[in-house]
Ligand binder design. Structure first.
Ligand code: IP8
Length: 265
């Protein structure tokens, strides 16, 4: 694979309206598609993974799918979640296709097996071979089979981190609806500072000192950080930044200075 090979995760809260079930943020999706076209034309190779936002999460939570299988009533909830994830995946895929990208939707429920909510087996060959051809694999956080729990929910962050490490990406980009990591909670501390560059060691230290750790304004930051640290520790830089403005994906892909966080190995 090329030396400019990226794994890009698009956060569910950036590409959907969080409080409104099944509502995409089409203007944001379009901006991202335009950024991706530019990168593709410049020879970048990338895999895109997206989150569930107001598609996957409300349904998965209604049926407690993240707790594994304990009641037959959950089975229709499993179906409903899978169908909703394919809907938002199709919205992104259509937008990328219309922008001119050779996108190929791939569904992790068919490629992944988990164990107690942790991704253990991932058949990545279709992703790797598609990339080699010049296609753009588009995956999503998904419900998957789980050898211990029956089924579980695997986040887009887990999939993105697994792909970045196993396919040796040059960088992993987390596109979010916030600017990056702050030294304290920006909601309650207006003087909170955006951390532009941190390394794994510094991040672990800060994490120890601030009991609540480092957070942005969304809740899923802890799990995201865990994945980010795993990837950065393996030698791959991780970029975290907002994708609400056009050009941010390009900035992070090229390492052009801006308002975002880079976690260095
Ligand atoms: O938003 C979860 O993906 P995430 C997908 O990346 C489902 O955590 C099915 C809720």
């Amino acid at each position: 694979l090329s030396s400019r090979f990226l794994v890009i995760k698009l956060g569910g809260s950036a590409i959907t309206v969080k409080g409104k079930p099944l509502t995409p943020r089409l203007p944001i999706i379009k901006k991202v598609a335009e950024d991706l076209v530019k990168l593709y034309q410049e020879g970048f190779k990338f895999i895109v993974v997206h989150g569930g936002g107001s598609y996957g999460h409300p349904i998965a939570s209604k049926y407690s799918l993240h707790k594994g299988f304990f009641h037959v009533g959950q089975l229709r909830g499993f179906s409903e979640t899978e169908l909703a994830m394919r809907d938002i995946n199709h919205i992104l895929a259509s937008s990328f296709y219309d922008a001119g990208l050779p996108v190929v939707p791939m569904h992790p429920s068919c490629m992944v097996v988990a164990c107690k909510g942790e991704l253990t087996d991932f058949y990545v060959r279709p992703v790797k071979l598609a990339l080699g051809l010049g296609l753009i694999p588009l995956l999503h956080g998904d419900v998957t089979m789980d050898v211990k729990w029956g089924f579980s929910v695997i986040s887009g962050d887990q999939l993105a981190s697994f792909l970045a490490i196993s396919l040796k990406a040059d960088k992993l980009i987390f596109g979010m609806d916030v600017k990056g990591l702050f030294d304290r909670d920006p909601r309650s501390h207006p003087e909170a500072k955006l951390l532009r560059r941190v390394n794994v060691k510094e991040l672990n230290l800060i994490d120890l000192r601030v009991s609540e750790g480092i957070y942005d304004v969304t809740g899923g930051m802890r799990a995201k950080l865990k994945e980010a640290l795993k990837v950065a520790s393996s030698g791959i830089p991780v970029y975290l930044g907002s994708i609400l403005e056009k050009g941010m994906v390009i900035k992070m892909a090229k390492g052009i200075p801006g308002d975002y966080t880079v976690i260095l190995p």
